[in-house]
Design a protein around this ligand. Structure first.
Ligand code: NAD
Length: 341
């Protein structure tokens, strides 16, 4: 186990970002995590302070470190600047978005959930090939959007998912698609992922589902799923649904993995409705930092962190409001740190 220092970029983010990042950094300090932070801006904070939602200094920093912990970044709905999250994924070819969801607090609507969504992160309907056709003075009379899925991109994400299943002791990968309607766009994904699945026969089971049926089955019987691999938009939607099975968006971390960089974050956004109130659940970002520790080979620290989280939630019953508790963001962090020290 190496105790070497690891340079990493830190982007506090927008809305609740600064509140949950503050706690996460204190938790990592208590753990004596190896990260040497280079603090940078992006999103609304980038625009306000550097005139750019993805400032060149932030990109340079990630190019140098190849590793980042990122708070949520705000994206205007409808018009305005393009998502800095999507741009980061494109810039660093972060093709795999890994979103584990696990029951950490027993007694909720569902028990013993342990699911991983692997979402293709750079293709599909997220490529932003969109335009309007004006008719009769209505500039938005017709809206057109195209998606792009490539054979190579589908193979890369399917191989990542099956390989993830093997290396993480998982039994099954479910390929989720809409190839009955989007016959080309998600047809190529299904076709390619099935082919990749065949190469893993005997090691990991492979099956496929249409996305709408999968969404319903996730509510009725989520335990039938293990690893889900899917295209960009479906992965985005299903992983929020899955977060709902384990107590909500405050509980699910995500990793964006590429060949030359990895960016860790919470699945949730900047939560403008509770920003500044000090009540956000910092766990999703803290769990993302545990994934980041494991990524740099510090499974020892990741394990200690997960154990401290379990004790805080279940021995002390200290929980934020989204989990039915009364703790503030800071109080939760302080309690967690007491279990680490
Ligand atoms: P959101 O995830 O910010 O919030 C959805 C709901 O979940 C809100 O009611 C919010 O209060 C709650 N919630 C989210 N995180 C929570 C936490 N840690 N603790 C307690 N409650 C929490 O989604 P939204 O409101 O649709 O999006 C807000 C902004 O975030 C948008 O600008 C969007 O583009 C952006 N966004 C960013 C990311 C990212 O940076 N990866 C992801 C999703 C959304």
């Amino acid at each position: 186990m190496s105790s070497a220092r690891v340079p990493a970029t830190l982007i506090p983010g927008d809305g609740i970002g600064t509140e949950i990042m503050d706690v996460t950094v204190r938790v990592l300090e208590a753990l004596e995590a190896p990260f040497e932070w280079d603090v940078q801006k992006a999103g609304r904070a980038g625009l306000q302070e550097c005139g750019d939602p993805l400032p060149p200094a932030t990109l340079d920093s990630i190019r140098r470190t190849g590793l980042a912990l990122k708070g949520p970044l705000e994206t205007p709905v409808g018009g305005g600047y393009r998502s800095s999250n999507v741009r980061l994924r494109e810039e660093f070819h972060l093709y795999a978005n890994v979103r584990p969801a696990m029951t950490l607090v027993p007694g909720g609507r569902y028990e013993n959930i342990d699911l991983v969504t692997i979402r293709e992160n750079t293709e599909g309907l997220y490529v932003g090939f969109e335009h309007y056709i004006p008719i009769d003075g209505d500039p938005h009379a017709v809206a057109i959007g195209s998606g792009v899925n490539t054979r190579a991109g589908c193979r890369r994400i399917a191989e990542f998912a099956f390989n993830y299943a093997v290396t993480h002791g998982r039994r099954k990968v479910t390929i989720v698609h809409k190839a009955n309607i989007l016959k080309a766009l998600t047809g190529v994904f299904l076709e390619t992922a099935r082919e990749v699945g065949k190469a893993y026969e005997g090691r990991v089971k492979s099956e496929d589902r249409i996305v709408d049926a999968c969404a319903m089955q996730l509510v009725l019987n989520p335990w039938q799923f293990d690893v889900i691999v899917t295209t960009n938009l479906f992965g985005d939607i299903l992983s929020d649904e899955i977060a709902g099975l384990v107590g909500g968006l405050g509980m699910t971390p995500g990793a964006n993995i590429g060949e030359n960089a990895a960016i860790f974050e919470a699945v949730h956004g900047s939560a403008p409705d509770i920003a500044g109130k000090g009540i956000a659940n910092p766990l999703a970002l803290i769990l993302a930092s545990a994934m980041m520790l494991a990524h740099v080979g510090r499974q020892d620290l990741a394990g200690r962190l997960r154990q401290a989280i379990d004790r805080t939630l279940n021995q002390d019953s200290i929980r934020t409001r989204d989990l039915g508790g009364t703790a503030t963001t800071r109080e939760f962090g302080d309690a967690l740190i007491r279990h680490i020290l």
